[in-house]
Design a protein around this ligand. Sequence first.
Ligand code: FAD
Length: 397
Amino acid sequence: MPKDSTLDWLVIGGGIHGCYLANCLIRKRFTGRSDLRILDPHGQPLAQWKRVTSNTGMEYLRSPKVHHLDMEPLALKHFARCSACDDQFIAPNERPSLKLFNRHADTVLEKSGLQDLFIKNYATDIEKSGDRYLVHTANGVIKARHILLSIGMGDSPEWPDWADHLKRESGSIEHVLSQNYSRKSIPHEGEIVIVGGGMSAIQTALSLSGDSRRITVLSPHSLRINNYDSDPGWMGPKYLNRYRTISCANRRRAVIGEARNSGSITHDLHRRFGLEVKSGRCRFVVDRINSAVALTNDLMMMETATGENIAANSIVLATGYPNRRPGGEMIDRLINRFDLKCATCGYPVTGTDLQWADGLFVTGALAEIEIGPAARNLVGARMSEVRLGNAVGEIKV
Ligand SMILES: Cc1cc2nc3c(=O)[nH]c(=O)nc-3n(C[C@H](O)[C@H](O)[C@H](O)COP(=O)(O)OP(=O)(O)OC[C@H]3O[C@@H](n4cnc5c(N)ncnc54)[C@H](O)[C@@H]3O)c2cc1C
């Protein structure tokens, strides 16, 4: 820590975005190691990423091999050559296996010594005194001249109302993206219902299929097949040049909504899931749940919109994250305190340099009005790097 105990940078959130950008700030010499810290309740890099990808049983990323945590685009390809990892990439787009991606990420972060810069805590409030931000945590206040908010989609996945009710009745229901989910606690036999129709739902179905379980994937829509979250044109000038000419934040939000291939799955997952359905180990039902009751601790009954009754011994939600700005009350207070600009959807309207207020920067989900549909993803961290690099270069001059 610096002598006067004021950091140059405090990165709030040590996930994909926070770690990638903290590493860039140091490696590009925009700041020194002793002048930067990463605040995250997990106390270690990428905890959230590792949990959700392991919970779903994901084997391969959706992103191509040039999207990873090192700064040189071909670094993962070179790493793979020297790695003993089998099944390294899958077509199309040479997508890395999760195992290879994580090994590479661990090596990059170990080399940069980022782990030593972690402070294990949660930011609860942000104030300002002179040119310093005061970040409140349960263990006291951290002072910094610059803040990077990289809090992801937050720590709470989406629980529909009927599921909340069921959980209160002690039903056997869990969200695959939550901290409490454990594949081991899913019974080895009986009826398992997975609610959702996107990547997480199908990956979860594949990871649970087997033993004597009967798996039902209950989706609000038929299977949508697409290899990308959004068209690759959103990663470069093809669509982004036009997007940047849109001055209305609400129009930008509408464009993001249209551009996202929400709830879609890749071709390879579709093929694998098709085989499970053909074998009778899984079934796929398009319907919505209206209500659910717990008959006993491990027997629940759902009533669907089409009037079907579906019984389950265990329910796994794969319903993603809520459709609202992450950060809860801390960000609400921040907006009120500094009179920060937001779109009607509640997300930040920042400068092109991702600065929301003087010295306060955002990335990831919070930067999507500025960066576009790919903001949350790995490639979004690279896009933020360019914007932040321009801004920080100017600050230094
Ligand atoms: C199953 C699954 C598969 C995916 N596959 C891909 C893929 O192949 N390619 C791709 O590009 N994207 C993929 N994504 C999306 C990707 O995971 C996210 O876009 C990415 O992890 C977001 O990174 P992040 O750093 O913004 O957020 P996170 O990784 O969620 O990290 C945010 C961190 O901030 C912390 N935090 C939150 N609030 C506070 C606070 N107040 N104080 C301190 N810390 C706080 C959180 O605890 C967390 O540790 C996938 C997502 C899922 C769920």
